[in-house]
Design a protein around this ligand. Structure first.
Ligand SMILES: [Zn+2]
Ligand SMILES: [Zn+2]
Length: 102
């Protein structure tokens, strides 16, 4: 069933593909549904998960008070805190400019 690689045929392929193959298709579908400017990638090289900005913020707010104001985000996959403004690992107490100079 080579058509199973196409997301259009996803529903028709449920029951034919195993769980892992289906999750790959779901992941691709999710990527295509996220607006390019709403995409955020985890800066952790071993993770680099793709997330939607609004979902990521909601997720982070459960762990981090005032996350929206300071730009801190928590990766939904690996749990790494990072900065939405400079997309590096989260830098406590210093601004993005200060962080880049260090
Ligand atoms: Zn991550
Ligand atoms: Zn920053």
């Amino acid at each position: 069933m080579e058509n199973c690689e196409s997301e259009i045929h996803r529903d028709a392929c449920v029951g034919i593909l195993d769980h892992e193959q289906l999750s790959v298709i779901d992941q691709r579908k999710m990527e295509s549904e996220i607006n390019v400017r709403d995409r955020v990638y985890c800066p952790e090289p071993t993770c680099s998960a793709l997330m939607a900005k609004d979902k990521l913020l909601k997720h982070t707010n459960e762990f981090f008070l005032g996350a929206e104001q300071v730009g801190a985000r928590k990766c939904m996959v690996c749990g790494t805190f990072f900065c939405i403004n400079c997309n590096f690992k989260w830098h406590y107490h210093i601004t993005c400019d200060e962080f880049r100079k260090t």
